[in-house]
Ligand binder design. Structure first.
Ligand SMILES: Nc1ncnc2c1ncn2[C@@H]1O[C@H](COP(=O)(O)OP(=O)(O)OP(=O)(O)O)[C@@H](O)[C@H]1O
Ligand SMILES: [Mg+2]
Length: 233
């Protein structure tokens, strides 16, 4: 149905974490979801405490048509990545492979780190792009540049301020971004605060949908608003 790229060139903004929450949210309401990544750290497995033996990841799928497929939850599957070095052949065949997957899965979510080479392929194959970001000058400038440089700006659907501390400077930046996006079709979600419960969930290997912790509702609502855009845009 849809290929959703979670992207920001800055590290630590919550790309992998958000990919997990969005994909598990879609799986929970019955969609069959596949998560792939351009990050050989495979952090999503770490968030869930899964230590599957990795033999042949996305590389194998692309080059040989088969490989590891790790079940994360009901309806939710993950293909790991082994290396960050990609052959010309891999790059040529990646889009084809992802298009094949989209016949089997309702949603494909891509946890993207800016690695040389396949960033462009992922951007081209995606039909929706979600950008988690810090609200500091440097990261927001990077996001503005990304918006200017993306080939098809209509693919960018949501910007998610994450790990928000609520400082005066962050609030100013949020206002600036709000004004900048007024004339666009990009949805700016409520900021997700930097919260200790997120760290707590990681250590329990749970997603936000599997928690009743105090304060989790606010995060569920904000990520729910992002899911609405993915489902209906
Ligand atoms: N709202 C939040 N509150 C507290 N911690 C958070 C929040 N969002 C993400 N984190 C934590 O911040 C850390 C970095 O997040 P994550 O690994 O998803 O970032 P990333 O953008 O994928 O980084 P990288 O570029 O290194 O892959 C993780 O430990 C994650 O659990
Ligand atoms: Mg990551």
């Amino acid at each position: 149905m849809s290929k959703v790229l979670i992207k920001n060139n800055k590290g630590g903004v919550g790309k992998s974490w958000l990919t997990l929450q969005l994909s598990s949210g879609l799986a929970k309401i019955g969609y069959k979801v596949l998560v792939v990544t351009s990050d050989s750290q495979n952090d999503i497995l770490g968030f869930l405490g899964i230590e599957a033996p990795i033999k042949g990841g996305l590389e194998n799928w692309v080059n040989k048509g088969e490989g590891d497929l790790i079940r994360l939850r009901d309806n939710l599957f993950y293909i790991p990545l082994i290396t960050n070095i990609f052959s010309k052949q891999f790059k040529e065949k990646l889009k084809d492979r992802l298009n094949k997957f989209s016949k089997e899965y309702d949603y494909i979510l891509i946890d993207a780190v800016p690695v040389m080479g396949i960033d462009k392929e992922f951007e081209e194959v995606a039909d929706k792009i979600i950008i988690p970001t810090f609200m500091d000058n440097v990261t927001c400038n990077g996001v503005e540049k990304m918006i200017d440089n993306i080939a098809d700006i209509n693919k960018i659907k949501v910007i998610v301020p994450n790990r928000f501390l609520g400082s005066k400077d962050e609030k100013i930046m949020l206002e600036h971004l709000k004004n900048m996006l007024l004339t666009s079709n990009i949805f700016l979600s409520n900021p997700i605060k930097h919260k200790a419960i997120v760290t707590g969930l990681n250590s329990k290997y749970k997603t936000i949908w599997e928690s009743k912790a105090k304060g989790i509702n606010e995060i569920q609502e904000t990520i729910g608003s992002v899911l609405e855009v993915i489902l209906h845009e």
